[in-house]
Design a protein. Structure first.
Length: 231
């Protein structure tokens, strides 16, 4: 007959309940701590060869090394390269006005402008009319806008392409003129033929809406080339 002690009963109760005795839990915790310490020791030992290999070094520079003077060979190379570029002319040269007819002269009065441009009667009348329209819109006077539109129409009738572009814009938006898309297209066409970039983009958009791909591509390419020149 086997004796059953109270300790055996307690152990059996712990095993059935799934809870380890206190001694067993302490033993498991000590074992886990020992494993972590062993892993840390191996990590430290593995880093020792790296610290032994990484030795300090000293870089010695003389006074001649600190002088930033180009050598004769480098100077000869620079002169030859500059001579080669001279054969192609000034490749970085850009025209003064890449967007003729823009309102930059109105919003930026200090922008550069040649004497020939300022002396042109059609251009002076056009910019004067646009300035009046901007002032009338800012002050809320529709009569001034109508008078300015009449001056723009007079300049457009004289064949000035940028005034034709402005008049096409007025007809397209119905500002100071009754909205007429046919007249807007006509004036934009003449203005684009005269070199106005805004009208070229307006025609490119119109042709793209009508699936006229070759015309839309032509004006879009011209506008992209203008953007590349401005960069």
């Amino acid at each position: 007959m086997v004796e059953v002690t109270s300790l055996d009963v307690a152990n059996k109760t712990y095993m059935n309940s799934g809870v380890l005795p206190t001694n067993q839990r302490l033993l498991n915790r000590d074992t886990a701590m020992m494993r972590r310490r062993t892993v840390y020791a191996f990590l430290l030992l593995s880093l020792l060869p790296l610290s032994a290999v990484a030795r300090p070094f000293v870089l010695v520079l003389s006074q001649d090394d600190l002088i930033d003077a180009p050598s004769s060979s480098a100077a000869d190379g620079d002169s030859s390269s500059s001579a080669e570029w001279d054969e192609f002319g000034d490749s970085d040269a850009k025209p003064e006005d890449l967007d003729p007819g823009s309102w930059r002269l109105i919003f930026e009065p200090d922008s550069p402008q040649t004497a020939a441009e300022s002396a042109a009667d059609d251009e002076a009348a056009y910019y004067s009319a646009v300035a009046k329209m901007v002032d009338s819109v800012s002050s809320g006077e529709p009569r001034g806008a109508a008078a300015a539109a009449a001056e723009i129409e007079a300049a457009a009738s004289g064949g000035y392409p940028h005034a034709q572009s402005g008049l096409g814009f007025l007809y397209n938006m119905g500002m100071s003129r009754e909205r007429n898309r046919a007249k807007a297209f006509m004036y934009h066409y003449f203005a684009a033929d005269g070199g106005n970039m805004q009208s070229k983009m307006a025609l490119a958009y119109t042709y793209s809406r009508q699936d006229v791909c070759h015309c839309s591509l032509r004006y879009s390419v011209e506008f992209v080339l203008l953007l590349l020149l401005c960069m």
